[in-house]
Ligand binder design. Sequence first.
Ligand code: V47
Length: 379
Amino acid sequence: MQTTSERRPFHTNDPRLTPIAEKVLAGERLSFDDGLALYRTGDFLAVGWLANFVRERMHGDTTYFNVNRHINPTNVCVANCRLCAFGRKKGDPNGYTMALEEAWETAASGYSEAVTEFHIVGGLHPDLPFEYFLDLVRGLKQRFPKVHIKAFTMVEVSFLARRAKISIQETLRQMREAGVDSMPGGGAEIFSSRVRSFICDHKIDGTEWLDTARLAHKMGFRSNATMLYGHIENDADRVDHILKLRDVQDDTGGFQTFIPLAFHPENTPLDHLPVTTGLTDLRQVAVGRLLLDNFAHVKAYWQMLTPKIAQIALRFGADDLDGTVIEEKIYHDAGATTPQGMTRKQLCRLITEAGRVPVERDTLYHAVTRTEDSFVVAV
Ligand code: V47
């Protein structure tokens, strides 16, 4: 089949891709089987071409990044997930829990870069009361009223609700009152119960993750959605995961960004598994872009992909690189060798050299313009 995009004609030597390409070019929704074919075809560049076509139709050359700081208040966690190198059991000498003052100081130590977002996630601590997390957020809002607080995954929300013996709805209501503005996409892993029962058996199941996201969206929160790949899942598990996200998005429209996360096995009980390859990483970005026709953004999280693969991903469907990410811990505990942060200048260079146009954004994708020592968000 020969069709033209603005740049060059589409071509594939895999006949399975021809009807898929027709749907993509016509803006039609792809099916489960289309998703499987995109994973299984050997014509990897054709998959990338299609994802890039969609990405450019939605965003042109614009590529987003933000200036954010990660805060992980504790690594003490009851979940003991096989996928994780970050969590520690209570009493472990390498466990830590920040006093509130310490968490606020940690936030302040990155403020010189004028961050627009605090990204807060942590372990499921057996003893910390819900009030600790609310006070943490209240204190941040008081000290940094202009900074957006993206905090607590669906897994943490569900855990905190259970500990506080209140409903998920009431938990979300109190979080919002304390100052949480939106929620990160972590903890989704892979929704398949077969996989989940092996990689994170004590975590909420996929249905509960999706129901919590649905409820949060209906209460007005925006959130992200992740998919952890490169462990024991198969292609059908990945497609199933992505289509479940698409279903919730049809219902709520509350997801902003899809973020595929490559499994890093080092220092986890699954350290015998190989790390993902560049082609596998790029394919997740591309398939995500093609199946998630109702998601505005696909993020190439450079901390996990490496800056080099993330840069190429900007031509395979991604329109967002995440951010400066001061002090990432979760991947670095699992052996990531990427730097723990990047400056705005370094990120802009990656984007520009990929032939794209960098746009600094806030968490909700409003453009940010910088003055000498502050920032202004265009609404
Ligand atoms: O939920 C944990 C993953 C996630 C490992 O919403 C691991 O903007 C690989 O969700 N190897 C946390 N992955 C990170 C996350 C995230 C990151 C960036 C942006 C956003 C956002 C969210 O990291 C966990 C889990 O899926 N993870 N351990 C590991 N060994």
